[in-house]
Design a protein around this ligand. Structure first.
Ligand code: NAG
Ligand code: NAG
Ligand code: NAG
Ligand code: NAG
Ligand code: NAG
Ligand code: NAG
Ligand code: NAG
Ligand code: CU
Length: 588
């Protein structure tokens, strides 16, 4: 069997070193942590365009401090993160959203353009200061235009506070930040999606694991009958896979996050089962699987045990789910030391489930339940909002709408316009709470036209809100897509998934006993998903499909609660639009 990196032989000590480093780091941080407690962690970042070869082909990507993906933030629960972000993009604004961090007391640091803040102009610096209050696996990404598609993302990992223990054991860990990559630049994609006639961006050219994929060659070429050629990589290329070096008979925690623009993924590791233990920063009842789905916006921790033949190597693969795949699997290698060097696995990569085997996906989603002892949802809700997801036309342009309104973000961030009672900053009519009884979710809309809007769902502070996400047929017959919905500022309980239109009889089947807490939940084609959350975080919060083109086409809503209780919103966050003018006229 061939060697992956011709001349590269990974010395044994590197892998041993990894385990030692973890141990030493834990001891050190225990000593420091126990005497000093939580601390502020400062970062100085510059967002910039740069040349990079994520999939062995050079393109322009959006990076941070010359890195793609951006630097990993590692912190301890209770710490304050301070990121001084300077915009070095020259011709466009930028913001960064800290995905999964609830931003209690700091809604202006949520990093959503037009919602929580004004974009940071070229050359300007904005300071994100917020507390990471809960251990878990998170990430960050751009939240303006399609900057996430351009490559603006990275990992954010929060360790448990000193003295606390995970409800599972592991000897070492790896981080797998998953994404998808197009050769067409993000600006061009944006223009394509906003054009009439509509131009779809198509499937990604490559799937990336920690920002690395291969477009013009394959690590597994010798297992396929296609004409793909075997990658000849030295190991130091930007697109060379990051090999996961492990020791036999150990347990590893894999922190898996998906920041894909479009692709829903299935992750598998040859010959190894994965035990799911964490979802979106919350513990789940552990369960073992051979492969797992992950949708954009989600994060998981899974445990693997290195109990397989250590003289072999094993594939780690990601493949597209829910859309007819036109993108090769993303691959890296699980490498047991010392005997197996950098050899390619002798078995073909795992075969992923059929892209449209939704029963497989639903079975996985339904296995995710809260770990015993986790916070339970309130038994009753105060308000239920049903959100119908449809694809529509607006003056001939293709959009996504929620209860017939396609979200069009205003120029002035809601946080400021609501706080200061500015009447003309956004639509003051509240968006619909439901959709007409007669609407057939199984068929293309009879009248496909909808409208654009910028209204807000104003929630009572501390009220319990149920959201029923209702999927439907898109514009074309027999098409209904997957949409992973992500809520800012809160976790929600996922009370259940179901088929067709949500009805009274579904009500009784909702899980109030051990629903998982999450920040992202999928709606399956033609299905519904029921969520519950407590609106206990004063601020304005986006709730949207995490598929970047869908959000760009209006697939989102805005929630606000308790904004009047916010004392002082940093002016830096609101120095644009009508709030910018307000400050200019009112200098004190
Ligand atoms: C693949 O891309 C890399 C980087 O651009 C290039 O060096 C290499 O020659 C390409 N290989 C093929 C077969 O096109
Ligand atoms: C490749 O072709 C051979 C012979 O036609 C076939 O037996 C095998 O299953 C094919 N493999 C794949 C991965 O399609
Ligand atoms: C791993 O554990 C198995 C079963 O306990 C044992 O047979 C094997 O020798 C161990 N391998 C190593 C490399 O320690
Ligand atoms: C939808 O809007 C278009 C114009 O944008 C119009 O021509 C068409 O008749 C409308 N469809 C219906 C069913 O009203
Ligand atoms: C959406 O709006 C159009 C045009 O106003 C209307 O004809 C259609 O019935 C509405 N659909 C729903 C689901 O409310
Ligand atoms: C909301 O809940 C918080 C925390 O439980 C409490 O401090 C606050 O007073 C409540 N506010 C309202 C308006 O109910
Ligand atoms: C949609 O599916 C139905 C039932 O399976 C079928 O009768 C119909 O022809 C399909 N329509 C299209 C446009 O594919
Ligand atoms: Cu979507």
């Amino acid at each position: 069997m061939g060697s992956l990196y011709g001349s590269l032989v990974v010395p044994r000590s590197r892998s041993c070193g990894r385990v030692f480093v973890v141990v030493v780091f834990c001891c050190l941080s225990f000593l420091i942590g126990s005497s000093l407690g939580s601390k502020a962690r400062h970062f100085k970042w510059e967002a910039e365009y740069m040349f990079w070869s994520p999939d062995c082909i050079e393109h322009v990507v959006m990076g941070i401090n010359g890195q793609f993906p951006g630097p990993t933030i590692r912190a301890t629960a209770g710490d304050t993160i301070v990121v001084e972000l300077t915009n070095k993009l020259h011709t466009e604004g930028v913001v960064i959203h800290w995905h999964g961090i609830r931003q209690f007391g700091t809604p202006w640091a949520d990093g959503t353009a037009s919602i929580s803040q004004c974009v940071i102009n070229p050359g300007e610096t904005f300071v994100y200061r917020f507390k990471v209050d809960k251990a878990g696996t998170y990430f960050y990404h751009g939240h303006y235009g399609m900057q996430r598609s351009a490559g603006l993302y990275g990992s954010l990992i929060v360790d448990l506070a000193e003295g606390e223990k995970e409800p599972f054991h592991y000897d070492g860990e790896f981080n797998l930040l998953l994404s998808d990559w197009w050769h067409q630049g993000a600006h061009e994609q944006e223009v394509a999606l906003s054009s009439n006639p509509f131009r779809w961006i198509g499937e990604p050219q490559a799937l990336l694991i920690n920002g690395k994929g291969q477009y013009n060659c394959s690590l597994a070429a010798h297992f396929s009958n296609s004409s793909s050629i075997l990658c000849k990589l030295r190991g130091n290329e930007q697109c060379a896979p990051q090999i996961m070096h492990v020791l036999p008979n150990k347990t590893y925690r894999l922190r898996v996050t998906s920041t894909t623009a479009l692709a829903s993924l299935n992750l598998a590791i040859g010959n190894h089962k994965m035990v799911v233990v964490e979802a979106d920063g919350n513990y789940v009842q552990p369960f073992a699987v051979n492969d797992m789905d992950i949708y954009s916006g989600e994060s998981y921790s899974v445990l693997i045990t290195t109990d397989q033949d250590p003289s072999m190597n094993y594939w780690v693969s990601i493949s597209v789910r829910g859309r007819l795949p036109k993108t090769p699997q993303g691959l890296t290698i699980l490498n047991y030391h010392p005997t197996s060097g950098s050899k390619l696995p002798t078995l073909p990569p795992p075969v992923s489930p059929l892209w449209n085997d939704y029963a497989h996906s639903k079975s996985f989603s339904n296995k995710i339940l809260a770990l015993m002892g986790s916070a339970k949802p309130p038994t009753n809700y105060h308000r239920r909002i049903t959100l119908l997801n449809t694809q529509n036309k607006i003056n001939g342009f293709t959009k996504w709408s929620i209860n017939n309104i396609s979200l069009a973000l205003p120029a002035t961030p809601y946080l400021g316009s609501i706080k200061y009672g500015l009447k003309n900053a956004f639509d003051h009519q509240s968006p619909p709470e439901n959709f007409p009884e007669y609407y057939d979710v199984m068929k293309p809309p009879v009248n496909p036209n909808s409208t654009q809007g910028s209204g807000v769902y104003m929630l009572g502070l501390n009220s319990t809100v149920d959201v029923i996400l209702q999927n439907a047929n898109a514009l074309d017959a027999n098409v209904s897509e997957i949409h992973p919905w992500h809520l800012h500022g809160h976790d929600f309980w996922v009370l259940g998934y179901g088929e067709g239109r949500f009805s009274k009889k579904d009500e009784k089947k909702l899980n109030l006993k051990n629903p998982p807490l999450r920040n992202t939940a999928v709606i399956f084609p033609y299905g519904w998903t029921a969520l519950r959350f407590v609106a206990d975080n004063p601020g304005v919060w986006a709730f949207h499909c995490h598929i970047e083109p869908h959000l760009h086409m209006g697939m989102g809503v805005v929630f606000a609660e308790g904004v009047q209780y916010l004392k002082k919103i940093p002016r830096d966050a609101l120095a644009c639009g009508l709030t910018g003018k307000l400050f200019m006229n009112n200098k004190n």
